[in-house]
Write a protein that binds this ligand. Sequence first.
Ligand SMILES: [Zn+2]
Length: 317
Amino acid sequence: MKKVVAGVDIGGTNTRFGLVDEKGKVLAEGHLKTTDYPEISGFVKALGAGIKKLLSGRKDISLAGVGIGAPDANYHRGTIEHAPNLAWKGIVPLGDLVKKELKVPVAVTNDANAAAMGEMVFGGAKNMKDFIVLTLGTGLGSGIVIDGKMVYGHTGFAGEVGHMVVVPDGRVCGCGRKGCLEAYASATGLVRTVSEMICESREESVLRDVPPSKLTAKQIAEAAEKNDPVAVKAMQYTAEKLGFGIVNSIVFSSPEAIFLFGGLAQAGEILFKPVREYLKKHNYVLFKNTVKILPSGIPESNGAVMGAAALILNELS
Ligand SMILES: [Zn+2]
């Protein structure tokens, strides 16, 4: 009988889960609406039933464990703690509850750490011991691997590069402080940059025709591809802020590569090129030409599920 694990990606709106084999192949998938479950007990029951349904009728496979990626998750404790984007308040003992429900080992970590595990087990970091994954979505998450080990730190929350201050007294961040990297280098940050540039200049741009609340990072990236001057400047500005965060991350862990994952990373060369140029100019001399800036080697479509599966596979091996 083949052993498989379940990878679970809990988001503010949707939860996706899948059965994944040791090679990273997703054998079956399901999803839940996270917002349908205001109580964690109801959510765990529904998730357990969903995973059992994927397993039912398949006598060739057995469930060896469950890996979960969730916002504000604490790996050490298997908990979700004070997540602003989830209905479950306070400290939620998610790992213990799922373990009770499915009677297999469970590991929980935040979504960016799960992405980094996915990169290490199935993706572009298979042969690397030192690398950083930055997830560029609504916010900016990071997973830091040093000497083959995920860095969790004293609290279990290490790897919050998104809240590294890059502009003292800068833009207000969702965390309540000012000038954090994620307020600039994320899909939302890019939209904010374009909105500011449109207000402050008279430069022509197709983006002027889009109502500010409808503006998306994807539209901006597409406009930049077509050389829209405001979009190009905004991408450049975003890349410089991201580059600033990256050179500051490099000095403490000397990674072999930085992987960019998530919606904004889909912009491709229009983002990667100015980031690489920034590094050429501003990277500390000892690390010049030692760090690759790479797209994730995990497919965007089920990367989060694969990452969560990689987390538990790594524990079981
Ligand atoms: Zn912040």
